[in-house]
Design a protein around this ligand. Sequence first.
Ligand code: ZN
Length: 278
Amino acid sequence: VRFGTLSQRLVLVREHAVLDVNQASEGRFPADAKCALERWEELRAWAGQADWSAARPLADAALGPPVPLPRQVFAVALNYRPHAAEAGFSPPSEPLIFTKFPSCVTGPYGTIALPDGHVDWEIELVAVVGTGGRDIARAKAWGAIAGVTIGQDLSERKLQLTGTPPQFSLAKSFAGFGPTGPVAVTTDELADRDDIGFECWLNNERVQRGRTSEMIFPVDDLVARLSRVCRLLPGDLIFTGTPAGVGNRRNPPRYLAEGDVLVSRFEGIGEIRQSFAR
Ligand code: ZN
């Protein structure tokens, strides 16, 4: 199952078609993604046998974020060894968690206004919480996730790193700094949910690549650790960290500039595309 939103309404997505969940289910499920995900198991069962006769053509550019305005957005710093190394840290023994404030979450395509400072890219797998819960055992953790999507953890490095100690959450929460999409994909559609290849391209240059099997704390481990502290709510997002190749660790550093186009691709999910303007 692949799902997303169109005009803030939950839709199922196929290659060239979308199906409005609320309409096709005759009101059984609400149009709001967070509300519908509260009954994720029921929704997933229905989606597997939904009648697509009322489907409409997919205009790609119209898709919004898979979950608009999630209640909680978790993010992990230094979850890939080469990125920890390029940032000058040894791999952490506990995941270093911060938030991207939910108002920064936006859809898969569009133009993002560059604030003053040094804006950097970070391609990341984003897990979308389904039913959620508290104290989720690692062995059951994938069952708490509705699907995975693509995200960019855009970051303004001056605000992030100028102070001592540095701060993460605010510097990663400017308007548009959390693009996600184009769809969330259930893990049964993936060859291996723990080993997904991905690439980030800036203009015509590949700047990051990796596989999610290289994470220090894999998705199931993150879900178990986070849910020991916070109740995971339907539609919450977990940004799972980025590999090496970000701009501020390059020599010389490189940051996003007006006119740049950033494309982030994951096998089996698709791609998101942002352009940047002053
Ligand atoms: Zn990140």
